[in-house]
Every structure is written in structure tokens, then in C-alpha cells.
Write a protein that binds this ligand. Sequence first.
Ligand SMILES: Nc1nc2c(ncn2[C@@H]2O[C@H](COP(=O)(O)OP(=O)(O)O)[C@@H](O)[C@H]2O)c(=O)[nH]1
Ligand SMILES: [Mg+2]
Length: 468
Amino acid sequence: MSWFGYADAADLARAQEVARNEARRVKEEKERAEEARKEANESNIRAKDAEERAQKENQRANEERERAEQEKMAAGKAKEEATESARRAEQAAEQAHIEKQKALEAQGLAKEERVRAEEARARAENEARKSVETRQKKETAEQENKRLLDEKDEKQKRDETLMQFAWGPKKTKRGRWTAQEVQRLRDMFYEHMHDKEGRLIHGKILIFGPSGAGKSSFCNGLRAALKDSAQPTTYYAVGSHDNSLTRTFQPSQYGDHWIIDMPGIFESSDFKTESIEAIASGRVRFDAQIGNWKTLEVKINQQQARRDVSCVVLVLHHGITLGDELKRQLNAIIRLGGEGVLSYHLVLTHLDECDPQFKDPENIPNLYNSPLVQEAVKMMSEQTGIPPYAISYVKNYVTENTTHTNTKLLHLEALDRILTSTAEQVEKMIDLKLQKNMYEDARVSWTTAVFISAAVMCVCAVVYMCTQ
Ligand SMILES: Nc1nc2c(ncn2[C@@H]2O[C@H](COP(=O)(O)OP(=O)(O)O)[C@@H](O)[C@H]2O)c(=O)[nH]1
Ligand SMILES: [Mg+2]
């Protein structure tokens, strides 16, 4: 049978169906093919695109690579450059370091130079200052020298003027300031002295002067020298002017003589001139009761023999300016001296204050060479009217614990002069007495002559009358 042999409707329909299916399937195939083609086209396109993109990518990649290459090269170059720069920077840094080092060295050198320059300047300034100082010193030294020379000249002139005054022994032998000399003067003091009528001389040495002058200290000095004591004595009360001791006479006997420390009322205006005269001329007993201490009125014993001689020793602080009262009393004594009633001597005290070198008794041998002492003696002599030979100068013991040969000698020398003037006073009084006797003798002989001539005349008259 042929396929057409079954020509019924179902077969046909089936055939048609199959044909339709086939057609549909072909169509679908076709469509699918179309789609596949389309897809293939698209794929193609896409592939193309992809290829294009790939190409582009490739190209870009190439470009990128190229760029990267270039960049790499550039980077390499940059790196190289950087390395070079770094090297150069390093070199520069090194150079800078070296430069800095150099700069520092230069700075150091400059600093050293500056320091050296500074030192040199300081040295130069120093030198300049030194030279100025040296010049000034030289000038000052020259001026000082000149001043010293002028001063020396002036002092010499002043000393010469003062030394022309030359109080003290002409030749001052230093060798005489010895213990032997002390002994000699002490022996002399204790030797009996007789007046020319053969009577023993008893000197009454009255120590007069204002309070605080150093009377009691002087008496103590005399006592220490006369007793040859090793320590200063305090026999006479020093410095206390109100106590009873200094309000009475303080007589003390040494050998044949008396030394009487007087109360320090000398400068009082109540102290009458007659009382001074009575005391000074020895008409007052030293144990006398003095009624009124203020006026020092003394009961004068007119019967008291004026056998003993008084030497009034005026003790004054050197450099004192005499007040009116002191002058009045001083004049009374000097007048009595002039009338031959007493002798007087001036003792200046505080020698150590006049010329400080005498604070040390070792310097006492310079006494007669001290212009200050000469000046003080001159001044006091002019003020008191007492001649320099009747002036002694002493340094009393004040702070010393021991006595000193030179100090003793000063006191004994003063005492020696005092005693010499005392002895002269004795002579003077005897001469005064003799002088008086001489006139009295002369008056007796003249009366006798008148009487005898009257008697002769009477006899003659009687004889004549008888012969008539
Ligand atoms: N520096 C010194 N002081 C003295 C001297 N003589 C006495 N004096 C002092 O003077 C003061 C009065 O002395 P004083 O003998 O009591 O004097 P007066 O009142 O005259 O008896 C005391 O303090 C003594 O120590 C002296 O030669 N030198
Ligand atoms: Mg006294």
C-alpha cells in the first residue's frame, strides 16, 4: 500500500496534523534556528563586541601596560632621580653637616678669637688702668712724700721752736734711768740736811691743788718710790673727793720730812686767802681741828714756831685752764714765795695723756725730748707764772699693778727738786733773820753812840759849870 492508499479523513487529518506538526516543528525549528541565528548573531555581535571590548581592553591594557611601563619607567626614573636626589640630599646634608661643622668650628674660632680679643682688651684696659694707677700712685706717693716731708719740716720747725724752750736737763743721759739712780735719789732724800746754823731741816711738803688734779696719786707715787715698793701704794685715797679721808690733811713722815696731802677744796671761792697763807706758811698744825670745812677757816696758832719750812707743791693737770679762784689762790702762794715765806714747786700730772708714748713707762726717758711735753710745760709756765725750772712732770700710777723704775725716778726727781727748793727756803729764812738782826744790831749801836755822846756832853757841861 502507498501512503495515499489509506486516504480516509482521520488519516488525512492525522496526516495533516502530522504535517501541521511538522510544519510547526519546522517553523519552530526555523524559529529556533532563527533564534539561534539571531542568538548566534547576537553572540557574534556580542563576541564581536566582546572582541572589540577585548581588543579595546587589550588596547587599553596595552595602553595601560604602556602607561604602566612608562610610569614604571618614569617611576624608575623618578626613583633613580629620587635616589639621586636622596644621594644629593645626603651629600647636601653631609655637605651641610660639614658646613655646619665648619661653621661651628669657625664659630668656635670666632668665639676664641672674641675671647682672646676680649682678654686682650681687658689686658689692655688693665694695663691702661694699672698705668693710670701707677701714675696716680706715683703722684699720690710723690704728694704723700711731699706732704710727709712738709709735715716733717713743719714738725721739725715746731719741735725746734718748742725745743728752744727746752724744759728739762740739758744733757739727758739715757743711762741714768736705773734702779741705782732710784737708790741714789732715795738715799739723798733720807740724808739729814742741816741749815747753816747747824739745825736739822724738817721739810713740810704741802700738796696743794684742785680736786682730781692727781695730788693723792702723786703722794702715792712718792711713797712707792721712797719705800721702794714693788706695787703702787694706795696709802692716800685716790679719786674719792667726798669721803672724810680727802677732807682732812693727810700727813705722812718720810725721814726728816713730812708730805701732806691736802683736801681738794683749793678751787673753792670760800677758801679764804688768809687760810691759804696760814696753811701754806706752816702756821697751821696738820692735826688742827678745822672748824668749818666749807670755808676751811683754820685756828691759827700764832705761837707756833715757824721753824719748819714749807714747800708748797702745786699739783695741776697739764693743759688745765686756770679759773679765777685757782688763779687767786695760786697768786697768794706765789706772793708768799716772793715774800720769802715759803717755796713752791709745780707738779704737772697726767703725762701719759699729754704724750701717749708715756702710757708705757719704758718711754719715760724720752720725757725731755717730747715736743708735746715741752709745749705743755711752756703753756703751764706761762699761765701760772712759775718758771720752768720749778716745774716737774709726772705720770702717776693709774692702771698698773707693779711699780716701774722710770716712774719712781720721775717722782723722786720731782721730790729732789722740791727738797732743794725747801733747803733753799731754809737758807732764805735764816738770811732774812740775819738781815733783820743786822738792822737791829745797827739800831742798838746808834742808840749807844747817842747815849755816850749825851753823857759826854753832860760831863762836859758839869765840868764847865764847876769851873765857872
Ligand atoms: N692718766 C692719769 N690719770 C691720773 C694721773 N694722776 C691721777 N690720775 C687720775 O686722776 C683721778 C684723780 O686723782 P687723785 O689723785 O684722787 O686727785 P686729787 O683729787 O688731786 O687727790 C684719779 O682717777 C687718778 O687715777 C696720771 O698721771 N695719769
Ligand atoms: Mg686727793
